[in-house]
Write a protein that binds this ligand. Sequence first.
Ligand code: ZN
Length: 592
Amino acid sequence: MKQEKRSTLFQHSPVDENLTVLTNTDEISSVPFVNAAGMKMKEVKFAVTPLMSTYTLFKINVVGRLRRWRIGLYRSYCRPNTSTRRQPIQLRVYTVKGASGQGSLALSVAKKRWSISRNILTLHTRWASVTWWLFLTSALGNGKLGSHHLPDDALLCDERTATSSAKKRIAYTVAHELAHQWFGNLVTMKWWNDIWLNEGFATFVGWLAIDHLFPEWDIWTGYITEVLSGALGLDGLRSSHPIDVPVRIGSEALEVLDAISYKKGSSIIRMLNNFLGGDVFMNGVRSYLKEFQYKNAVTADLWRHLALSSGLDIPTLMQAWTDKTGYPLIIVESEVYDDEAKTLTVTLSQSRFLSGGELKPEEDAVTWWVPLTVATHLTGKSSESRVFSAKNGIITFPYDAAENSFWKLNVNGSGVYRVKYGNTQVANISRTLQLSLDNFTAGDRMMFVADAYALTSAGLGDIKNVLDLIQGMSKETDFNVLTQISSTLATLKSITYKESALIRDGLKSLGKAVFSPLVKSLGFEFSVEEEYFTGQKRILAISVASGCGEEFVISELRSRFDKFIAGDLQALHPELRSTAMNLLSAMHRLTL
Ligand SMILES: [Zn+2]
């Protein structure tokens, strides 16, 4: 399939009269007829499409009646290139009959999302002047969204009862798929090796839009666990592959549609956006879209436009990020404080990070361009940016070695790399965390734990550093950070099961130190009025604290479980039942 071939397409379809036919453009006529077998049919014709890559064509026939939603009040106008006629954009959600009420959230997000993209990207796609069916769910029987199969809960929910995570999933799905109007439909990759231009951008812009729509969700902190960690995890494997990978035939394309295209692609876009600044970055993206609208592009085309907007040699800077496997580990070799100049000079080196350790010299040939961000007690949570693009080098920044001073790299996990600090520096960070968690962002705290654990797991770090950092976060209340701590403790427990009781008991004590106070403050009762994260923290804290052997939590769970099996269904909230059953059955097995 050649993505370079674009054409306008005209479709018509003879179908059973009871079928609804959907394709990329609006129906322009439907003429009933009886076929040779005596069946009642209809000939449905559709409007001609704009210039499009043929892989974006789709058509489905749907049995039965559908409930269609139209936005009558929403009027947003675009000016197609070939016409001065302005047309309103119509956004529609199709569901099976009776489920239309569950499409309201997807529709309202789509409406807001469209406005955001128009404002950010300024380009109106001609897709907007035709009907582009995006919202088709598997409930339709032949559920496709473009070429993606999606479960019902990716688009449909009852807004009155849906959890925040369910709403977040729907909002993100809509935001991501609408981003493809620009990244994929308006500008299409020349060949499948550049599929990351579609998926990396759709992922990044999807998160960007959700942040605009729902700032209360603190979406970028969640990005670290949901996207960046996935990218670092997969790309830390020796068996990973570059973002830009040769694809010989179209059928191989599915093999590169993995977390590297979506998550690493999105993460390097986020890194570049953070380094260049949103305005410079978006100016480059806008001019790229403008030059290649209704055409095909390659990665170098995007870099050329970002170079024009930034004045930097972006093609050279980004080459290793797309053409090479892996990402760097930044190692802090030493630091020297100048009391007179009030500066700190830090010696750094970089090498490829492999989660399995044992890096061979030939695997460490790449030198990445690394946009380093530095935060200190002087800068607070803001940061200074600088570039590190050598195997070894130094950076110098303003510093005052006063009491409670600190510094750190990769502020808020904005870069696609890990950092290895010296043991003294880790101890200082842990001490700073104990003084006030607020010295660092939630993203910083997550990356401290994630990096320290990854280094330990790779044989490059001391497990004591992981434990010290978690100890420093014993007053943690951010759900995303708690999730990171919980998963790290769980993994440490599983890999140290053969170690001495002293080590295993130490891990349990640490789990209790972080999560038991949360159980005490949050209790066991849920309220419909409480915020989503409150309930999620309660579930997590009870699960981890009881798993670490916290007596008061276990005894409360046992008491509620006994009442529950005696018939008092209110005694044990549904969210706690699996925790109670898993815990008590595990304890029962131990006593056999
Ligand atoms: Zn996508």
